[in-house]
Design a protein around this ligand. Structure first.
Ligand code: PLP
Ligand code: TYF
Length: 394
C-alpha cells in the first residue's frame, strides 16, 4: 500500500519550531510560530477563559452530541462579533468549525461544490497553509500582488489592477486584518476600493479573519469584512478564536456564509452541513462553549476585552520599541515600517543568507521569508534583536 507514496512536505512553521527547540543556547530568540507570548515568553490562559471553564465544570450536565453545526449560541455570537450589524441575519448561516483552519477547509470544500472551475486567488505572499489547502480542495491557485519587501508596504496599485481584471469565476482570499506573514494591511479607503472592484467584476470574496482584535481593535479590524458585507451580496468568512481567545489547542473557529437571499442561504447551509457530516460529523464543544459563555456574559466579555486590549497594545509597543532601537543603531529609517504594521507579524525583507547568519551567530530565529513574531519580545530581547539585525544588514 504505502510504497506508492513519497514523503509529503512539512509545514515550514512547525519545522522551525523543532529546530528552535533543538538549539541549546540559553539566549536564543524565537520569532517563529504565530503564538502570542508575554514578557516572560509564556502563552498563559486568559482569566476570562479560566472562569468560563470553571463554569462549565460546575454546571454542565451532559456530554451528548451537539449537532452537525456545533454550538449554536457560539455561532450566533461569532457572527455578531465579526459582522456586527453590516448584514441582515436572514441571509447569514454559520457553523462551528475545528479552528480557523477547519473553518477555511469547510468553506473551500463548499465553494468547490458551488463553482468547481473557479480560480482561487491568494495574496503574494500569504500564510503558507493557504495554497496547499486550496489545492487540496481541488482549486487552481493563483496569486495577486500584495507586498513590497523593499518598503514594507502594500503594493496597492498592483493589487487593485489584478482585482480589476477578475470575473465571476474568481474567488479572492482576503486577510480580514493583521496580514500573515507581512503585517502590512489595507487602509479603510483601500478596502473600499477593493470592495468596489469586486462588486464591479463579480469576483467572490473569501475572508480569512484569524486575528480580530490583534490590530487596531475588535471593530476596527472588522472594517474590511463589514465593507464587503455592506456592498457585496454573497461571500464567505472563516474566523478563528485561536489567537484572540488564546485557545489554540482547543480548535475553535466558525464558517460563515452570507447569501443573496434566505432561500439560497438555506441551500448553501445544507451543503455546508453535508460537507461537515462527511468529514467529522460535528466539531468538539469545549472550546466553543468557553467562547459562547464569555461573549454572552457582560462581565466576562468585558474582562476578555480588557485582556485582549492589553495584548494588542503591548504588540504595538513592541513594534515601536523595535523600530526605535533599529533606527538609533543604524541611523536610518529602513525598518520604520515595523511600527506601522499591525498584528503579530512583520516581514522584514531580509535575504536567506542574512537570516541564516542571524540564526547561527545570534541565535535569532525567524521564518525563511524573514517573518518575525513581534509578540514575545521583551525589552532586553528587543535591544539584542536590534543589535543583531543592524549587525547582519550593515
Ligand atoms: N488563517 C491565518 C492567516 C492564520 O495565520 C491562521 C493561523 O493561526 C489560521 C488561519 C488558522 O488558525 P487556527 O486553525 O489555529 O485557528
Ligand atoms: O502562521 C503562524 O505561525 C500561525 C500558526 O499550519 C500556524 O498561524 C502555523 C502553521 C500552521 C497552523 C498554524
Amino acid at each position: 500500500m504505502f510504497e506508492t507514496l513519497s514523503k509529503a512536505p512539512q509545514d515550514k512553521i512547525f519545522a522551525l519550531m523543532a529546530e528552535i527547540a533543538a538549539d541549546a543556547r540559553p539566549n536564543k530568540i524565537d520569532l517563529g510560530i504565530g503564538v502570542y507570548k508575554d514578557d516572560a515568553g509564556n502563552t498563559p490562559i486568559m482569566s476570562a477563559v479560566k472562569k468560563a471553564e470553571e463554569r462549565i465544570f460546575a454546571t454542565a450536565k451532559t456530554k451528548t452530541y451537539v449537532g452537525v453545526a456545533g454550538n449554536k449560541g457560539f455561532a450566533s455570537a461569532m457572527v455578531k462579533l465579526a459582522l456586527g450589524d453590516s448584514v441582515p441575519l436572514d441571509r447569514v448561516r454559520a457553523a462551528q468549525a475545528p479552528g480557523g483552519t477547519g473553518a477555511l477547509w469547510v468553506l473551500l470544500t463548499l465553494l468547490k461544490r458551488a463553482k468547481p472551475d473557479a480560480t482561487l486567488w491568494i495574496s503574494d505572499p500569504s500564510w503558507p497553509n493557504h495554497k496547499p489547502m486550496a489545492e487540496q480542495a481541488g482549486f487552481k491557485v493563483a496569486a495577486y500582488p500584495y507586498f513590497d519587501p523593499a518598503t514594507g508596504t502594500v503594493r496597492f496599485d498592483d493589487m487593485l489592477a489584478a482585482l480589476d481584471k477578475m470575473g465571476p469565476s474568481d474567488i479572492v482570499l482576503l486577510h480580514g486584518c493583521c496580514h500573515n506573514p507581512t503585517g502590512a494591511n489595507l487602509t479603510e479607503d483601500q478596502w473600499d476600493q477593493v470592495v468596489a472592484s469586486m462588486k464591479k467584476t463579480g469576483a467572490f470574496p473569501l475572508v480569512d479573519m484569524a486575528y480580530q482584535g490583534f490590530g487596531d481593535g475588535l471593530d476596527e479590524d472588522a472594517y474590511g469584512l463589514r465593507a464587503v458585507a455592506a456592498q457585496i451580496d454573497e461571500f464567505v468568512c472563516a474566523t478563528s478564536c485561536s489567537k484572540n481567545f488564546g485557545i489554540y489547542r482547543e480548535r475553535v473557529g466558525c464558517s460563515i456564509i452570507v447569501a443573496k437571499d434566505p432561500a439560497q442561504a438555506d441551500i448553501a447551509n445544507s451543503q455546508m452541513l453535508n460537507v461537515i457530516r462527511g468529514a467529522y460529523s460535528q466539531p468538539p464543544d469545549h472550546g466553543a462553549e468557553i467562547v459562547r459563555i464569555i461573549l454572552e456574559d457582560d462581565a466576562l466579555r468585558a474582562e476578555w476585552k480588557a485582556e485582549l486590549e492589553a495584548m494588542r497594545t503591548r504588540m504595538i509597543e513592541n513594534r515601536k520599541a523595535l523600530a526605535d532601537a533599529i533606527r538609533t543603531r543604524s541611523n536610518s529609517s529602513d525598518f520604520d515600517f515595523v511600527a506601522e504594521h499591525r498584528g503579530m507579524f512583520s516581514l522584514l525583507g531580509l535575504d536567506l543568507e542574512t537570516i541564516t547568519r542571524l540564526k547561527s551567530e545570534n541565535a535569532v530565529y525567524m521564518l525563511d521569508d524573514s517573518r518575525i513574531n513581534i509578540a514575545g519580545l521583551a525589552d532586553e530581547r528587543i535591544q539584542r534583536l536590534a543589535d543583531a539585525i543592524v549587525g547582519a544588514t550593515r
